[in-house]
Design a protein around this ligand. Structure first.
Ligand code: NAP
Ligand code: GLV
Length: 311
């Protein structure tokens, strides 16, 4: 039987952690780290963030591409050949990090942190009426691995939860909506909107002026999906007009966010540099090795991307 040869393409210090984990848990796999590819004809599996068109010719025997993240939009933008399967990351550690981030961001909006921060800067003592989670409708766009885990935690915290997905879902105590017809009722009355969609041609620019207008006055946004979901100009207009009370953003149209971009200094924005949930080798390698074993047995891997759906 041919040996499974896996090429990792990432930062050298991360590659060393991957190498150690492969050596400990799967010594039978021939692990290689970019740029030391060895004979490129051996490479059957590759793990990377970014695809380059020359790879198709460079690795003639490539069978499967492993995304180093949960999202795979970077691949459809880079024209990854149709015949190559993409496997994305599904990992408890990544999910836990996202659940924690969404909890923090929803809680920050719920307890009006941005409004109080503005008062503080003006040295103004301005208490506002307190509401509890049960009085706060929160909506999560995207009810997949990450969105459904986040909504479960928000439910435990007592929020009035609703969710939106492409196909219909049934989650106890969560008002579930789907598709284009489900979007207006999902948005209606939604005071905190969380985006955990994948970026696809259908979801690109979905958080735009038209969508934001359908949220109630004073609503707040959390974007942890991709920067491409949000039309930043429309968000800035909605914040400046007072229709939105604030936004917590982890992802941006252009990353790193360019110097001088208005989001850096906007008083109604809290931002983090795409760290809501990061791929940590110890968790992710476990899943990659399980998938390599499945593939070597001729089984489907977990997290196989549906190329037609785009996620
Ligand atoms: P997933 O399991 O594939 O779930 C995607 C969800 O979005 C599903 O519920 C899907 O609907 C829904 N969806 C897709 N297209 C839709 C459309 N056109 N209309 C309505 N709903 C649609 O993905 P995941 O693992 O939860 O990850 C979601 C995204 O999070 C990733 O793609 C990535 O962009 C982002 N992410 C960000 C970070 C960060 O650090 N900021 C970290 C990890 C991931 P169905 O249920 O009907 O399929
Ligand atoms: C990070 O953004 C990921 O997609 O895993």
């Amino acid at each position: 039987m041919r040996r499974a040869t896996f090429l990792f393409r990432g930062k050298p210090e991360v590659a060393e952690r991957w190498r150690n984990l492969f050596q400990t848990h799967a010594p039978e796999v021939d692990f290689r780290a970019w740029p030391d590819t060895g004979d490129v004809k051996d490479i059957r599996y590759i793990g990377l963030w970014d695809w380059e068109p020359s790879f198709e010719r460079h690795f003639p025997n490539l069978e499967v591409v492993f995304s180093l993240g949960a999202g795979i939009d970077q691949f459809w933008k880079a024209d990854l050949p149709e015949h190559l399967p993409i496997v994305r990351v599904i990992d408890d550690d990544l999910t836990q990090q996202m659940v924690e981030y969404v909890t923090f961001a929803v809680m920050a909006h719920h307890r009006e942190l941005i409004t109080y921060q503005t008062s503080r800067e003006a040295q103004a003592w301005q208490p506002r009426p307190v509401r509890t989670a049960g009085e706060r409708p929160v909506g999560v766009m995207g009810l997949g691995v990450l969105g459904s885990a986040a909504v479960e935690r928000l439910k435990q915290l007592g929020f009035q939860c609703r969710g939106w997905s492409r196909t219909s879902r049934d989650i106890p105590e969560v008002a579930c909506y789907s598709g284009a017809v489900g979007l207006p009722p999902f948005l209606n009355g939604c005071e905190i909107l969380v985006c955990l969609l994948p970026l696809t041609p259908e979801t690109e620019g979905i958080i735009n002026a038209r969508l934001l207008r359908q949220l109630p006055p004073g609503a707040a946004l959390v974007n942890v999906g991709r920067g491409g979901h949000l039309v930043e100009r429309d968000l800035l207009d909605a914040l400046d007009s007072g229709h939105l009370s604030g936004a917590i953003l982890d992802v941006f149209e252009s990353e790193p966010l360019p110097p001088g971009h208005p989001l850096w200094t906007h008083p109604k924005v809290l931002m983090t540099p795409h760290v809501a949930s990061t791929t940590r080798p110890e968790g992710v390698v476990r899943g990659v090795l399980e998938n390599l074993r499945r593939l070597e047995r001729g089984e489907h891997p977990l997290g196989l991307v549906d190329r037609k759906r785009g996620y």
